[in-house]
Design a protein around this ligand. Structure first.
Ligand code: GRF
Length: 237
């Protein structure tokens, strides 16, 4: 059983997608790893992106951690009976103390994987080092486009619309010491419409891509399917 910590800052729709995917897995639905075994032709990204809904097997959420006490994500955890904690930088003297407290909490919970699901805090090097290839993030664009410093929240989608890009999408990737630079696990493309606003594009990318890719990557981690070599991911099948 993979023990995960989900780190959040806001609404928590990705957290909800993870919770619902684990429930579907408990009811006997097959996650991405199981589907890969039956379909040798399509890539993991293709299979994951075409799933109706996310499914995760053999995984439990050990804790949900938020840096923001007002995050609705904390309420979602509470409603589902999942342990949650708020660790806010405001409660510490400086950043180093906050970073230490966050690392301690993650070690205490003995988690195998850290899932960043809309966590608006830069992960400090000591946490990256303590969890090598054990931290994943969902980013709402096709990395390496529209990512890096300043590309968070609606800014990502505003950038896409400003450029007139015809496709965007989402990327689930490992976290390294850079911003959105870690090895890419899976991606899904979503078409941009002429009448899109940053808000409509954000929502469609969540529905069509994020809520499937993040559960899919967790299921792959739970079944030890991901290999990283020279910053490139290969999925064992
Ligand atoms: C998502 O768009 C995710 O890609 C980004 O932050 C947003 C979080 O949304 N990293 P939610 O809190 O999961 O609803």
């Amino acid at each position: 059983m993979l023990r995960i910590a989900v780190l959040v800052s806001g609404g928590g729709t990705n957290l909800q997608a993870i919770i619902d995917s684990i429930e579907r897995g408990k009811k006997g639905q097959t996650g991405l790893s199981g589907l890969l075994d039956k379909d040798k032709e399509r890539t993991a990204s293709e299979i994951c992106g075409s799933m109706e809904e996310g499914v995760i097997n053999d995984t439990q959420i050990a804790v949900v951690i938020s840096n923001n006490s007002d995050a609705y994500a904390l309420k979602r955890a509470e409603l589902c009976g999942i342990k949650s904690r708020c660790i806010s930088p405001k409660s510490f003297q400086d950043r180093a103390e906050f970073n230490r407290a966050l690392l301690e909490a993650l070690l205490e919970e003995k988690v195998d994987l850290i899932v960043l699901a809309g966590f608006l805090v830069v992960i400090p090097p000591e946490i990256v080092e303590a969890f090598p290839d054990r931290i994943i993030n969902i980013h709402p664009s096709l990395i390496p486009a529209f990512c890096g410093k300043g590309y968070y929240g609606l800014h990502v989608h505003e950038g896409v619309l400003r450029k007139g890009a015809r496709v965007s999408g989402a990327t689930v990737h490992f976290v390294d010491s850079g911003t959105d630079t870690g090895p890419i696990i899976m991606q899904k493309c979503v078409y941009v419409r002429d009448d899109d606003t940053a808000q409509t594009l954000q929502r469609r990318i969540m529905e069509q891509a994020e809520w499937k890719l993040l559960p899919g990557a967790i299921d792959l981690m739970a079944h030890d399917r991901i290999r990283v070599s020279d910053n490139v991911v290969k999925i064992a099948r």
